[in-house]
Design a protein around this ligand. Structure first.
Ligand SMILES: [Zn+2]
Ligand SMILES: [Zn+2]
Length: 308
């Protein structure tokens, strides 16, 4: 069996939250690394991707590193392009190395291609370096829920197939990334992703807001997953607060996440996209509450690696 791990580099929603009250869970915005058979898949480029970049340099690009590679290939998937999911990209060190190949995938946002949206986020005067000035080879492609991305090692480019008409490769070593469109996040929804490798599967559902009775489409998509990573930004009290309700903001409560996990019969639930107002103590309490609703739950924290 090859390595199949999930590492959380950023678990905070909306914006970074450094400070003494966020040391345990961390203050960086969203970034998740999935290592499947040595292939490095990254989901979102919030502030957490900065530390991931340094780690990749140490692990693979320094002359003394035991796992040194001639070139580094990274598969970067965007759920959507809000700041807390893209703000770390200009500081992702491997993007400046000529020997890095970055395959980037994500949804069209409103009517714009992913490439245009990302390029607009990195343009003077907002940032001194433009995307094209970053030295890495970058291949940026839109994907939708009709597609699956097949990664079969670094020697072959990843393949985007239409899952309704194209056949998946039969090789068990291939990593298969699936996508599901979720409309419940302003203003243009998000893509929820699944990564399947050697018969195991992780589903990443961030920036989603639940429905009464559970998000049925997501429940189907996540069914039987080994790990479901789900937005749980709010407690029910914060979400439904009479004065400052958070309904319609595109994030879930702990209850919504636990309901999807239970109905989808996943093996494990990770809570993520913690509210920037939540101290470590508050995230601890959310975790305890979630465990009463779905026993095998943990609140994700920066630096945590889960083996599937
Ligand atoms: Zn977000
Ligand atoms: Zn968002």
């Amino acid at each position: 069996m090859g390595q199949f791990t999930v590492t959380f580099w950023g678990v905070r929603g909306s914006h970074a939250t450094p400070g003494k009250d966020t040391v345990k869970f961390g203050g960086n915005s969203t970034c998740i690394e999935v290592n499947a058979g040595g292939n490095i898949l990254v989901f979102d480029a919030g502030g957490g991707i900065i530390n991931l970049g340094r780690s990749l340099r140490e692990r693979h690009l320094t002359p003394a590193s035991p796992d040194r590679r001639e070139s580094l290939t990274v598969y970067l998937f965007f759920t959507h392009t809000h700041h807390d999911h893209t703000e770390g990209l200009p500081f992702f060190e491997p993007a400046y190395f000529g020997k890095t190949v970055m395959h980037m995938f994500g949804p069209r946002m409103l009517t714009s291609d992913l490439e245009d949206v990302l390029a607009h986020a990195m343009v003077p005067p907002f940032f001194p370096i433009s995307m094209e000035d970053m030295g890495a080879q970058k291949l940026i492609q839109n994907i939708s829920e009709r597609n699956q991305v097949i990664i079969a090692g670094q020697d072959a480019p990843p393949q985007i197939i239409n899952k309704a008409t194209d056949k998946r490769p039969l090789t068990s070593e291939a990593v298969v990334v699936g996508a599901m469109k979720d409309y419940n996040h302003p203003r243009d929804g998000v893509l929820i992703y699944s990564v399947e490798y050697e018969g195991k599967r992780v589903v990443i559902a961030t920036d989603v807001e639940g429905y009464i009775g559970g998000d049925q489409k997501l429940i189907g998509f996540a069914h039987g997953a080994d790990l479901l990573i789900h937005d749980a930004q709010y407690t029910y009290e914060v979400y439904a607060d009479g004065k400052y309700p958070k309904q319609g903001w595109g994030h879930s409560t702990v209850e919504m996440a636990a309901e999807v996990a239970q109905k989808a019969q996943v093996k494990q639930l990770a809570l993520t996209h913690h509210d920037p107002l939540d101290t470590d103590r508050m995230v601890d309490l959310k975790e305890l509450h979630a465990q009463k609703l779905f026993k095998n739950t943990f609140a994700a924290y920066e630096g945590l690696t889960v083996t599937l």
